[in-house]
Design a protein around this ligand. Sequence first.
Ligand SMILES: *Cc1c(COP(=O)(O)O)cnc(C)c1O
Length: 225
Amino acid sequence: MGIKENYLKIKSELPEYVKIIVAAKLRTPEEVKEAIFAGAEFIGENYVQEAERVYNALGEVAKRVRWHFIGILQKNKINKILNIFDLIQTVDSYEVAESINKRAEKLNKSVPVFIEINIGSEITKAGVRPDYEAVKELAINISRLKYLKLEGLMTMGPLSVEPQSLRVYFRKTKEFFERLKSLNFPNINMQYLSMGMSDSYKIAIEEGANMIRLGTAIFGKRIGR
Ligand SMILES: *Cc1c(COP(=O)(O)O)cnc(C)c1O
């Protein structure tokens, strides 16, 4: 099946409220365009340079969709990120949040962000450690930054394990999400729980995800990262 058919089929099988982020790393502008023409509303990119290349190549088409940054944040890339992306899903420290805020202030732009949780406590992975108090502390600190709006949580879950074994991690992330939601802080408006990828999105939705990030399931196998 082609990109369009894959997108439409998955979309038709999901509950209406689930948002699909098309994870476009290592895909060509033509491939991304096909997903957009199939109706994709959100494109996720991990690498700033690659995103710029695709974004520029798409011209006006790029402006039909919202761009989510889902990669590792580097402070020296934040200006470029803010030029393209509408939302950043991978904030995992106050330091990084502050530097996004500082640059957003210069642009007089309000930036929606998610906190990334390293729910499996993997040393190699970005994200806040899976301790509710640590996540809450970061959320409260972010709520004091005028140009950021905290709108959700994102998690990857441990790689290369049986998708079913991710269930407990998704459940725990959902629990953090609900607890944060009930806090009632200014600038915190917990709406989105971004979890689940091509091999795990069904389980993630069962555990409360309302946003999933799909690459392979839409584009087919990826060569490389
Ligand atoms: C690549 C990637 C995805 C999508 O992965 P697939 O297994 O190809 O669906 C989702 N989220 C992030 C952060 C990614 O880097």
